[in-house]
Design a binder for this molecule. Structure first.
Ligand code: AMP
Length: 397
């Protein structure tokens, strides 16, 4: 079966067509500037790339163009739309409304609307993408695959905040986590690589990208994660502050004359390593700054590594042991100085870090960074969120 994976943003729509027989990506691409002047689709297939400059007033026209490209000369990989067995849609937030991958029905779409206020930038866009696909491919089954599902196994003691329990019940304010498909994928790959069953392992997965989250995976299940009610929580990130005392937010807002929502925008967009360094949110720029002796770039890198390390330690304690640390995503796969900063000083947990192996350039393969005989294995595992979405969709069917 071939599965189309769709990741719809407010003005974008990314896709991959995956053949589930061999899990190969047959085609991929994305529409940009939907509803804005200058929209286009960049499509790849058969080793070729084609740009379609076309007005895309809405997501329906965008998905029509994607389906055209999938059957077009050159980049086309299918003869007819009927070859697409199902569509898997990425959805950022599920709240407590969905615990697992769910087949789309009219009722499910209604429930999805209830999640909009949890992820106002992402979930309405995902719903728009789903509806557009349903209009264009009415006979094809659609699945919602949530970034939060993998975290649904967290126990109450891990996901609750110390607020009035009735308010949690009434408003659903609790930790939901994020990047679940990535944490699920790399923890399962780690078990495979180590030749063990997931049930035998205690793993800390570090998804370090522009957004970063760290997850404790005990016996194949998430037991805690660093992101919270929204992706603002946890370690400081590209432009997000990460964890901060709520009273400091009120104080800052008063001093800077910001409303509640402006203060949250400030914490999401103006803080993190970009705010600390004053240089960039991109870790490549921070590394370059560090090389030329920029002290604030060095501080931003140090803070990021230190905060990540603290989650590794906390989760080893939460699980009562540690067998493996996994690094993934843009920074996790490509930034040696961060990995070294995280693993340095963790010998007491049984981590013996191979600094030379860590320096090797990313070649897209799974790599071992722990020294021979290290009790705790340290791995780089490239993430593949689209493949998880395709697998979940296929399993559901
Ligand atoms: P992600 O959100 O997973 O795409 O990660 C993006 C971040 O990874 C960027 O902000 C960069 O700081 C960092 N990064 C460092 N090296 C690379 C690289 N070679 N390719 C992509 N991202 C990189």
């Amino acid at each position: 079966m071939k599965i189309l994976v769709v990741n719809a943003g407010s003005s974008s729509l990314k896709y991959q067509l995956i053949d589930m027989q061999n899990e190969k990506v047959l085609a991929k691409g994305g529409c940009e500037r939907i509803g804005i002047d200058g929209s286009f689709l960049k499509a790849k297939g058969n080793g070729e790339e084609k740009i379609y400059q076309k007005e895309l007033p809405n997501h329906k026209v965008a998905i029509e163009l994607v389906l055209h490209a999938l059957q077009d000369e050159g980049v086309g990989v299918i003869k007819s739309m009927d070859e697409i067995g199902a569509v898997g849609h990425r959805v950022v937030a599920s709240g407590e409304f969905f615990k697992k991958t769910t087949l789309v029905t009219p009722d499910v779409l209604k429930t999805l609307e209830e999640t909009f206020e949890l992820a106002p930038l992402h979930n309405p866009a995902a719903a728009t993408g789903v509806k557009a696909c349903m209009e264009v491919m009415p006979k094809t089954p659609m699945a919602l695959v949530f970034d939060t599902s993998f975290h649904a196994t967290m126990p109450e003691k891990a996901y609750l905040y110390g607020i009035d329990y009735d308010d949690y019940k009434k408003y659903g304010v609790r930790k939901y986590g994020a990047h679940g498909t990535s944490h699920k994928f790399v923890s399962a790959e780690a078990a495979k690589y180590l030749g063990k069953k997931p049930e035998q392992l205690k793993i800390v997965t570090c998804h370090l990208g522009n957004g970063s989250s760290i997850t404790a995976v005990d016996g194949g299940k998430c037991v805690d994660t660093s992101m919270g009610f929204t992706p603002l929580a946890g370690v400081l990130m590209g432009t997000r502050s990460g964890d901060i005392d709520a009273s400091a937010v009120e104080f800052l807002a008063r001093k800077k004359g910001l409303s509640h929502s402006e203060a949250i925008t400030y914490l999401n967009k103006k803080c993190g390593v970009a705010g600390i360094s004053g240089v960039s949110s991109d870790f490549r720029d921070l590394e370059a700054g560090f090389e030329r002796g920029d002290e604030r770039c060095a501080l931003a890198l140090e803070m990021f590594s230190y905060q990540t390390k603290k989650f590794v330690g906390a989760y080893a304690a939460a699980m009562g042991g540690l067998d493996c640390i996994v690094f993934t995503a843009g920074i996790g796969e490509n930034t040696p100085i961060v990995r070294e900063g995280v693993c340095a000083g963790l010998e007491f947990l049984g981590v013996e870090f191979d600094k030379e192996a860590n320096k090797k350039k990313n070649d897209g393969s799974i790599r071992e960074l722990s020294a021979k005989g290290s009790k705790v294995k340290v791995l780089i595992i490239p993430t593949n969120e689209e493949l998880v979405i395709a697998r979940e969709t296929a399993e559901l069917l």
